[in-house]
Design a protein around this ligand. Structure first.
Ligand SMILES: C[S@@+](CC[C@H](N)C(=O)[O-])C[C@H]1O[C@@H](n2cnc3c(N)ncnc32)[C@H](O)[C@@H]1O
Length: 326
């Protein structure tokens, strides 16, 4: 059993691609950076250390428990760190509230932290038997229990298919409906395992319940919608200072949203005069056309980084773009 009490929990946390993140954000002394997913503060620390504590970071997290740990771990940086409990989807409001205007960069390191995965009673892991919860912010009203026990078979199958890309979504949804009520992560994991093993797919490398758990977690926390929402406002926030956007995702659903957003709003050389006159001004300059992945060395040290993908872009000023055309 991996269960750990919050007070005993020792951070065994290595931030993913932290050198690449510092480079991606073009971190400079006196800059103002937003860490929209501050978690245990690993990336925030890397940003502050890169400037000898001469920049400021606004660290946001949904999870009040995580923020308590971040506060402790980042205390040595004093006033250079501002911690805010909130949802990065509400980025503009949070920046206004903390008077954090014209930031030089935003980092999002998506998903859950090792603390959330390993902490007792959060219900994120199929390796322990706990109440089905999975809420990043435990004051949110809908937990995994409601989704598992109160949605229709069709809705459940859609969630498992869309957010987990699980091929056996319909079979799993049917089994869940037939075995309700399901109260714990252990019951759910065992049920999914039973359904999947019947199909003799036991050569899979990942636990058979991985994709179902991912799907339910994304649905509980509305993760993809929140990512889309922050992308709608981030250019507005970053454009004045030509700020950088750096996003680390851990599965293809998130990475696709980020990739398409940056690609569809980046400068592309017009092929003719008509295109020059009719293309809308680009919002972003892609800093790295190729997605950035962790090195083999990093993966060996921190296997959790294996699926991480970093995308980076610089906000272009719309007014300058329009002037360029005239
Ligand atoms: C992968 S961890 C970040 C780890 C962090 N970069 C570090 O080095 O410690 C992701 C964090 O983002 C938080 N989070 C996820 N979605 C969020 C959202 N919409 N708004 C704010 N925080 C969110 C989670 O609670 C979690 O603590």
């Amino acid at each position: 059993m991996l269960a750990i009490n919050q007070s005993d929990w020792q951070p065994n946390h290595i931030p993913v691609m932290s050198n690449q993140v510092v480079e991606a954000l073009n971190v400079k002394p006196h800059g103002n950076y937003i860490d929209g997913t501050v978690g245990l503060g690993g990336h925030t620390r890397a940003i502050l250390e890169a400037t000898d504590n001469k920049c400021t970071v606004l660290g946001i997290d949904k999870d009040p428990q995580v923020l308590k740990i971040a506060k402790k771990r980042l205390s040595e940086f004093g006033n250079s760190v501002i911690l805010a409990q909130g949802n990065y989807a509400d980025l503009e409001d949070i920046c206004n509230k903390y008077n954090f205007i014209q930031p030089d960069g935003l980092l999002l390191d998506l998903g859950i932290s090792s603390f959330q995965l390993e902490q007792n009673d959060r219900g994120f892991s199929f390796l322990r038997d706990e109440h089905l919860d999975m809420r990043m912010n435990q004051s949110d009203s809908i937990s995994a229990y409601e989704i598992i026990n109160q949605t229709t078979e069709k809705e459940l199958a859609n969630i498992i298919w869309e957010y987990g890309e699980e091929r056996q979504s319909r079979k799993i949804a049917k089994a869940i409906i037939n075995h309700r009520p399901i109260s714990t992560t252990g019951e759910l994991a065992a049920l999914v395992e039973k359904v999947k093993y019947r199909k003799k797919t036991s050569r899979q490398k990942i636990h058979p319940a991985t994709l179902t758990f991912q799907a339910i977690r994304i649905a509980v926390n509305n993760e993809l919608e929140q990512l889309k929402k922050v992308l709608q406002v981030v250019h507005n926030l970053l454009e004045t200072k030509s700020g950088r956007l750096a996003i680390i995702s851990f599965h293809s659903l998130e990475d696709r949203i980020v990739k398409n957003y940056i690609r569809n709003n980046s400068s592309q050389k017009p092929r003719n005069r008509w295109e020059l006159e009719h293309t809308t001004p680009p919002l972003w300059l892609q800093i790295s056309k190729k997605v950035i992945k962790p090195s083999e060395k990093e993966i060996n040290i921190n296997p959790r980084s294996r699926s991480a993908r970093l995308r980076v872009a610089e906000a272009l000023s719309i007014m300058e773009n329009i002037d360029d055309k005239n």
